[in-house]
Each structure stands twice: as C-alpha cells, then as structure tokens.
Ligand binder design. Structure first.
Ligand code: IPE
Ligand code: IPE
Ligand code: MG
Length: 232
C-alpha cells in the first residue's frame, strides 16, 4: 500500500448488488440491503486509516423510487434505523456526516433525522462521510440551473459559478469512483463532479465488500496517471 495518498482524497462508492447477494441466498432483497449496511460500516472504518478524507456513497437514487413500494419503504426504514442508531458511533469516531440529494419526495421524519445527524456531527474533524440520498446527477445539475435563474444575474455563468451552486460546493471532486457487482455504468452518479474521476469496477457484490476491496481499488488508483486532458 502507498504510505500517503494525496490530501484531500475523495472516494465515491456505487454500492450495487444487494439484491443479487440476497437472491443467491434465497433471501428477500431487503436482507441484502441490511447486509449492505454492515459492509458500509466496515468500509467507513477502514477509509480513514487508508488516508481517505472524503467518502461518498450512493445510497438511493432519484430513479430508485420506481422500485416496488415494499422495497422503497424498507429502504426508508433502514435509513431511519441507521441514522437513529449509528450517529452516536459516528460521533465517537470523529466522522462528519453530510448529505447530497434533493429533499423533495423524502419522508419528513427522515429529513429531520438527516438534519439532526448533520448538525450533531458538524464539528467533527475526521473523515467526511457523504450519503447520497435521493440523489441524481441530472437533478443536481437542473437544481443548480434553477438556483442560478432565481438569482436574476446579468453576467454569463462560468464553470466556477456553476459548480458553486451544486449540492456540496466545498467538497472536492471524487478522485476515484468504485462500483461493485460487475456493472460498468455511472447510473446518474456525480455527473459533474466525476468528470475526471478514475473508475474502478469490481465483481464483488456490495454486501461482500470490505477493507481488502477498498485497498485493491486504491492500489489500482495509485497506478494510474491522471492527465486532465494534457500530455505528461
Ligand atoms: C444497490 O443494490 C442498493 C440500492 C440501489 C439501494 P441493488 O438493490 O441495486 O442490487 P441489485 O443490483 O438488484 O443486485
Ligand atoms: C445505482 O444502482 C444506485 C445506487 C447504488 C443507490 P442501481 O442498481 O439503482 O442502478 P441501475 O438500475 O443498475 O442502473
Ligand atoms: Mg442494482
């Protein structure tokens, strides 16, 4: 493993494969999601030790509302449960929790828990953990456009102006995006912010993911040469 990663270093995770993990075991999909929470806990714990300063995870997309009602309800309950139970632990580990996504359509009590978690951990100085909940990259871009329109500005918009209206303008762009379960697409994740992210795909289903997989992804990253359109 490399001794030092660049700082800040943002890893983004598309946690995919919970349903297939459950299916392989003849279990309901929701148990796959529950196992996914355990994998997330392992991963958050490992991230800071590896030198990751920002870890973002795709937990629920704006398209995931189209899943069966029981699954959507089950996922919302899981978010409720995790926020209530885990914030204390997060607090102990000096992790700051933030959220990216649109609030519209989210159950009001989940929004309240999100606000509470954000406020409670706002002063923490360790890992920044970003839960992308009801997140869609296209929606984020459209929301930024509407914010700009509401400002009634007369001058043209620069990339910097635009990036400043995204959900978390102070969070650095992801250096590395990892997707589990063998799918090789972004599914509407970090569309603007991921313009120059390295991409890493693994066959591992999300509930089986652990510190070893995270290390392998980082090792892959450190072997890449980032060119940003230039020659080196
Ligand atoms: C990812 O696992 C979790 C969420 C989208 C909430 P999936 O539920 O997409 O699992 P597969 O892709 O059906 O295996
Ligand atoms: C992406 O996974 C969204 C999350 C991980 C929350 P999906 O399983 O919903 O994406 P598709 O349907 O395979 O593109
Ligand atoms: Mg999936």
């Amino acid at each position: 493993m490399p001794d030092t990663l660049p700082s800040p270093f943002h890893v983004a995770l598309i946690m995919d494969g919970n349903g297939r993990w459950a299916k392989k075991r003849f279990l309901p999909r929701l148990l796959g999601h529950r196992a996914g929470i355990k994998a997330l806990e392992r991963t958050v714990r490992a991230a800071w030790k590896l030198g990751i300063t920002h870890l973002s995870v795709y937990a629920f997309s704006t398209e995931n509302w189209s899943r069966p009602e029981t699954e959507v309800k089950g996922l919302m309950s899981l978010f409720r449960f995790s926020l209530r139970r885990k914030v204390e632990e997060i607090q102990r580990e000096n992790v700051r929790i933030r959220f990216a996504g649109t609030r519209s359509g989210m159950p009001p009590d989940v929004l309240e828990l999100m606000d509470w978690a954000e406020k409670t951990t706002a002063g923490n100085t360790g890992l920044t953990f970003i839960a992308c909940l009801n997140y869609g990259g296209r929606r984020e871009i459209v929301d930024a456009v509407n914010t700009l329109l509401a400002e009634n500005r007369k001058s043209p918009v620069s990339e910097k102006d635009f990036a400043g209206r995204l959900y978390l303008p102070d969070v650095p762009d992801p250096d590395l995006i990892i997707r589990t379960s063998g799918e090789q697409r972004l599914s509407n994740f970090w569309l603007w912010e991921g313009a120059y992210s390295e991409l890493y795909f693994t066959e591992t289903l999300w509930p089986d993911f652990g510190p070893g997989d995270l290390e392998a992804a980082i090792e892959y990253f450190t072997g890449r040469e980032r060119r940003y359109g230039s020659v080196r």
